[in-house]
Design a protein around this ligand. Structure first.
Ligand code: ZN
Length: 259
């Protein structure tokens, strides 16, 4: 069956009869995750979340369009391990800008970026595109969507290639997870209090941070945990997409008022 929310699957006849309201663009990364997860982890899980969210939202609005994912992310701080593929933020921004301009050309002015990699930062671009093109860009870092329920599902806050990502991988592609090769994900602590307390930021060069390109122990990961979090995230994003699709862009959008 042709899924009309999938731009790569629909056709000109069908697309010409639709008035799509929301375009969804997943953005991932290709980078090492400890020794046990696929290099395409971020690309794969972001694509999954974006596609499933669109599929779930579609029957409610019939006006959400999922674009193919941008595969690469900002990875200059992971180049000490094989095989991270680094693309500068400016390059990503240029791609997103031109994809958004194309969607705008066809009347789509609501644009949702589903981001799956912590090194990507689209907030400044969202600000700029709104000013330049009258396009409303919404950025969703998908791993944050279920934060309020995170503690009920996972044992502790987690980072790169730990319980969280390993659980997601076990839920979606267990055949690609080589858990017996995984290191313990141990990291070096910052030597400065300001960084430990989190009120000063610096880029983490992963080859200084970790010997495994990891930050988080995968022990305790399970497919059940991953599936539970994914289901929560996908249902929330689908709700947002359906709501966004139905909302007219009036003078107060995206704020309340005037009604
Ligand atoms: Zn990742």
């Amino acid at each position: 069956m042709i899924q009309e929310w999938d731009i790569t699957a629909t056709n000109q006849h069908r697309a010409g009869r639709r008035r799509y309201q929301v375009a969804v663009l997943p953005v991932g990364a290709v980078e090492p995750h400890n020794f046990h997860l696929p290099l395409g982890q971020d690309l794969r899980h972001t694509n999954h979340v974006a596609r499933e969210s669109c599929a779930l939202a579609w029957p409610r609005c019939r006006s959400v369009l999922c674009l193919p994912a941008l595969p690469f992310g900002v990875d200059c701080n992971l180049m000490g391990f094989p095989l991270a593929i680094h693309v500068r933020q400016a390059t990503l921004d240029a791609m997103v800008r031109e994809v958004a301009a194309s969607c705008r050309h066809y009347g789509i002015r609501k644009f949702v970026l589903i981001n799956g990699h912590g090194g990507n930062d689209f907030a400044p671009l969202a600000r700029q595109l709104q000013a330049d093109m009258d396009v409303h860009v919404f950025v969703v870092d998908w791993w944050k969507v279920g934060r309020d329920r995170y503690d009920q599902i996972f044992p502790a806050p987690d980072d790169h290639a730990g319980v969280f990502e390993t659980s997601v991988a076990l839920a979606l592609w267990p055949e690609l997870v080589e858990l017996d090769r995984a290191g313990d994900g141990a990291t070096r602590e910052f030597r400065f209090q300001a960084l430990r307390e989190g009120w000063a930021y610096t880029s983490r060069d992963f080859s200084r941070l970790s010997d495994q390109c990891a930050a988080g122990n995968p022990a305790g990961a399970s497919a059940e945990k991953g599936a539970e979090y994914l289901e929560l995230v996908i249902s929330r994003i689908a709700d947002f997409l359906a709501e966004l699709a139905a909302a007219p862009i009036d003078e107060h959008f995206p704020f309340r008022g005037g009604d």
